[in-house]
Design a protein around this ligand. Structure first.
Ligand code: ASP
Length: 432
């Protein structure tokens, strides 16, 4: 039995939805489908989810969402019209949703309606049963999945029937609708796969798998034929997008394989993601941009126990959550996402840390990227030295090198302005 998830570009218009139907009907094993909201039809277009967030922003300012909502109405009506689905029920739903958005139902409710409507249309078009995610996916207040979900799904989904389920959202035990983070329909697909104990989770998108490097950076980058759960998480942590990194968690223990496939080229094999990949070698290289660096120094910094913890707590108070750390005998360096703190917040934080901890020095500077090379059972020493040589030959300075903290990644800090060149240099040396 196969669970499928189709992303926004696969559902962008009626023509794409026809491809989805053909794919689903070509294999009787495909029993459940999770859908995203309609995505972009072309480069200049807007995703329905983005339009919905704009609607919510208008409503929060006390303005009517109608001007933007009309765009959404046009998109869904034209899809329904092309697919010959009765528009009356849809138009009543759209009216109710607009009124609820204007009444201030909030960002999560508003954003979730794209998936809801997309699933409603697909269920009518396919003749498969619609199951509202709000009735079966129980979320905790931090949007993590509550185990009660699996009980509910076991009661609701009957074997032998075919279902359409909207992605991206669920409901708390208190009945509050909540979304996952952006791209979160992948997580819904994983939850349904686990609930149905699927043999395979097919994740359909608009590219033929996960690339060894971002094809916008490395022209003709190759697709990764097969990789492990761990490598996917490591690659998404350093900026590779295609599969949501949190979507591994629901299926981790069940060990369900994932196949990332292309709706526009369904015969391409795509990328298989397996609990453990059998090969030994490299899978890909990616760069996470938009990082800033905090460097601090104090003589005998670590002499006092709990110092590192207290410093981190203070960073959290200022909204900074470091994604990478380096420690010296008397110094610490943290990297964090620049968007987490404005210049004035950084300044206030530095003043507070200097005063409270008697630091000798603290600086914050911006414009960094971390380049990650992921692989399976790799010899990190060799990979790191080859990568550093590639960077040196390309005239790119490394800010730090981290090898050995995991057997699946080597991380190298670079200036953000040279991140793309760094990815190209490493790809050409290690993958081409
Ligand atoms: N529609 C949501 C987004 O644009 C969720 C998803 O597509 O997975 O992020």
């Amino acid at each position: 039995m196969i669970v499928c998830k189709f992303g926004g570009s696969s559902l962008a218009d009626a023509a794409q939805m026809k491809k989805v139907k053909a794919i689903l009907e070509s294999n009787p094993e495909r029993m459940a489908v999770v859908v995203s909201a309609p995505g972009k039809r072309n480069k200049e277009d807007e995703k329905v989810t983005d339009l919905l967030y704009q609607c919510n922003a208008l409503a929060q300012k006390g303005q009517s969402c109608r001007p933007v909502f009309n765009e959404i109405v046009k998109r869904f009506s034209s899809i329904a019209n092309d697919l010959k689905i009765d528009e009356k029920e849809l138009s009543l739903m759209l009216d109710d949703i607009r009124v609820a958005i204007d009444a201030g139902h909030g960002a999560d409710y508003t954003a979730s309606r794209g998936e809801y409507l997309s699933a409603f249309i697909m269920s009518r078009y396919l003749g498969w049963e619609f199951v509202d995610a709000a009735d079966v996916i129980v979320l905790n207040s931090d949007s993590t999945v509550n185990d009660a979900t699996y009980q509910k799904l076991a009661e609701r989904l009957v074997s032998g029937k075919r279902y359409v389920i909207p992605g991206f959202y669920g409901e708390t035990e208190q009945g509050v609708l909540k979304t996952f983070s952006r791209g979160g329909s992948d997580i819904t697909g994983a939850i349904i796969s686990r609930a149905l104990n699927a043999d395979l989770y097919e994740n359909w998108t608009d590219v033929s798998g996960i690339y060894r490097a971002d094809p916008r950076v490395v022209e003709n980058a190759a697709v990764i034929p097969s990789m492990s759960y761990k490598e996917v998480r490591e690659l998404s942590d350093v900026g590779a997008s295609v599969f949501h990194e949190e979507a591994i968690a629901p299926i981790y223990h069940a060990g369900i394989p994932i196949n990332v496939k292309n709706t526009n080229k369904p015969d391409d094999p795509g990328t298989m993601i397996l609990p453990e990949a059998e090969y030994r070698g490299l899978s890909g290289v990616s760069a996470r941009k938009g990082l800033s660096r905090i460097s601090l120094r104090k003589l005998m910094l670590f002499k006092k126990s709990g110092m590192r913890h207290s410093l981190l707590t203070m960073l959290h108070i200022f909204g900074i959550r470091p994604c990478f750390s380096l420690f010296g005998i008397d110094s610490i360096v943290w990297f964090f996402e620049t968007k987490q703190a404005s210049e004035s917040v950084c300044q206030a934080m530095c003043e507070r840390l200097l005063k409270d901890f008697g630091l000798d020095r603290i600086t914050v500077d911006h414009g960094y990227a971390i380049v990650g090379i992921a692989g399976q059972n790799m010899d990190e020493g060799v990979v790191a030295s080859d990568a550093v040589v590639a960077l040196r030959d390309a005239g790119i300075e490394s800010v730090f090198i981290n090898a050995g903290s995991s057997d699946t990644t080597v991380l190298i800090g670079v200036k953000e302005s040279s991140a793309d060149d760094a990815v190209r240099a490493i790809y050409n040396k290690l993958f081409a």
